[in-house]
Design a protein around this ligand. Sequence first.
Ligand SMILES: C[S@@+](CC[C@H](N)C(=O)[O-])C[C@H]1O[C@@H](n2cnc3c(N)ncnc32)[C@H](O)[C@@H]1O
Length: 229
Amino acid sequence: MRSPAHSGVQSPRCNEYGDMRVLNLYCGLGGNALHWPEYCEVTAVDVEPKVLDVYAAHRPNDKIVEGDAHSYLLENINDGWDFIWSSPPCQSHSRMQKATRHDCLKYPDMSLYQQVLLLTHHFDGKWVVENVRPYYEPLIQAQSVGRHLFWSNFIIRAKEIPQPKDFIFLGTSADTQKLKDWLGIQYEGNIYMGGNHCPGQALRNAVHPDLGLAVLESSILDEQKDLFA
Ligand SMILES: C[S@@+](CC[C@H](N)C(=O)[O-])C[C@H]1O[C@@H](n2cnc3c(N)ncnc32)[C@H](O)[C@@H]1O
């Protein structure tokens, strides 16, 4: 099931033993990582065992850590990663949160900005923090691609991946299959997360694999540019 898709871009950090060390925080079902090349040695962290089972089925060579990604970053930031990707939960920042605030008013989760600041000032490798476009003006400037915002220390050269029609409302079991096919992530039945009753939520949370690959490759191209500057 694991996709070997690889566009031919080689990391300058990568050697014949395949040692581009990647930390994939809040890995979810692994949409962002599905097309990452074999030479990436990935450690994937998530708190939800059910999504980790699906992730592991699609990326069997990745190291899986079940636990809190926010503290994992703080405790392991200096462990020699070449690239760190973080996708903290987007619900508290999303426009949908504002639309439903009468039912469940909550503070925006500031771990997003804490991680952006930590990575900006305390990490030497390439990094990206991904989230949705928020209902407010982002507190730190970001790059946008489609419905995503990316904070990073490199220019993201990626195009929006067309989404299935009525993406945000896809919630029936048949719709869920459409989302699975769109992402190329298959599993039996439905996964419900964080008290959400929509079976499409876990899938809609995922970054499309082609976008995940384009972002990783952008970091590599940026590093090659630095090498030859
Ligand atoms: C937006 S999704 C990640 C999507 C993923 N990047 C992808 O492309 O498939 C956010 C994930 O964060 C996980 N999560 C929420 N709180 C967490 C925490 N404190 N530590 C680790 N994972 C957490 C959820 O289980 C969910 O899978």
